[in-house]
Design a protein around this ligand. Structure first.
Ligand code: MG
Length: 375
């Protein structure tokens, strides 16, 4: 297979850190960034944040930390197969969800809804940037984690390109240019990880059976037929797992192959060429692309919009909205550290940042313990 070493982002070409630091004797700058992310509080909080299924339903379902580890493993495999920079890829994969609020997309949507009332927005990638630039306090000499430019750029761009003038706060992150391949691949590694993991957890939760997946995802059906004839005595669960493993491998291979083909078709010969190219070069082959899309449609129908999940989301979104509105009306009830931020920031922003940083468990404790009497 053709590898893409020529498009690898070389660590020596990093634009560096906001606060200059001496280099480390044996760790590269991107390895140091990876370590800083792992040692951050925001990273540890991922353990108690919902991925899809709420905590407490089963100890076998993914939470946002185990999801992040799966993304990191898939992303590094792809980076290694393509000859890209594994250290940069790993740092970005580990950081890709640290800006997620409690209760997954229900939390994100409700925070965004609340912020829009004030003409503002909530976006988990922008929140992740604020975490690594400001909210983490691990160093005496600077706020945040002082990560390299490429990791900060990848955090805001891995799933979304933006144009000049679109968001003035991001003007330093090369608007109008694509991020390096190491950042581009995070988005699709994320999709492979969550599509297959949600299929696994949804099956375990009894939301559907193998037959239903086959109706929506023909590739799953083809593979199930093969596995059934190969292991006729195996249980439905064992056969399902065999199919799922093969599917992950096939999707990852399709991502590697699709990217090699796209880079060749675009005649990309350097990182600058990747940046200047009008579209993203990391992509699936056509068959893996259509299976990835079919998986997503099936999961929307059978998992994300199942009655139980919709009801759980509605409940948690309502609670987040209630606490948000209470603190905006009574900012004096916020913890002291957040009250101190108020002269410098609008109250909706302080409340949003506070809630966005919470784990599911901490939010629930706050919701139970909040003194509502002044309402
Ligand atoms: Mg993710």
């Amino acid at each position: 297979m053709n590898r893409l070493e020529r498009l690898r982002f070389p660590v020596e070409q990093s634009c560096g850190r906001i606060y200059p630091e001496p280099s480390h004797p044996y760790r590269s700058e991107f390895q140091r960034d990876r370590d800083r992310v792992i040692h951050s509080r925001a990273f540890r909080r991922l353990e108690n944040k919902t991925q899809v299924f709420p905590a407490g339903v089963s100890d076998h379902f993914r939470n946002r930390l185990t999801h992040t580890i799966e993304v990191s493993q898939i992303a590094r495999t792809v980076a290694a197969a393509l000859g890209l920079n594994e250290d940069l890829t790993e740092a970005l994969a580990l950081a890709h969800d640290i800006g997620h609020p409690p209760f997954a997309h229900a939390g994100e949507e409700e925070l965004d809804r609340q912020m829009r009332r004030f003409g503002d927005r909530f976006d988990h990638n922008l929140h992740a940037l604020r975490i690594v630039e400001s909210f983490e306090h691990r160093y005496v000499r600077f706020p945040g984690l002082n990560l390299t430019f490429e990791v900060r750029e990848g955090i805001v761009k891995h799933s979304h390109d933006f144009e000049p003038g679109e968001n003035p706060a991001l003007d330093q992150y090369l608007p109008g240019l694509r991020p390096p391949l190491e950042a581009q691949l995070i988005d699709l590694a994320d999709e492979i990880a969550y599509n297959t993991a949600d299929l696994d957890d949804g099956f375990s939760a009894g939301l559907f059976n193998s037959e239903e997946v086959c109706q929506w995802v023909p590739e799953f059906g083809r593979r199930l037929e093969e596995v059934e004839s190969q292991f006729p005595g195996a249980s439905e669960r064992e056969q399902f797992q065999e199919v799922l493993r093969g599917l992950v491998d096939w999707l990852v291979s399709g991502l590697v192959q699709g990217t090699v083909e796209a880079a060749e078709a675009a005649s990309a010969t350097s990182v600058d060429g990747v940046r200047a190219y009008p579209g993203r070069l990391v992509c699936f082959t056509p068959p893996t692309q259509s299976t990835n899309r079919a998986l997503k449609q099936f999961l929307h129908h059978s998992v994300y919009y199942s009655e139980a999940m919709v009801e759980a989301r509605r409940r948690t979104a309502a609670q987040i909205g209630e606490l948000f509105e209470f603190w905006v009306a009574h900012p004096e009830k916020l913890p002291e550290h957040h009250v101190k931020l108020l002269p410098g920031s609008p109250v909706h922003r302080v409340v949003c940042d506070y809630i966005a940083g919470m784990t599911d468990g901490y939010f629930e404790r706050c919701f139970q313990q909040t003194d509502w009497r002044t309402k």
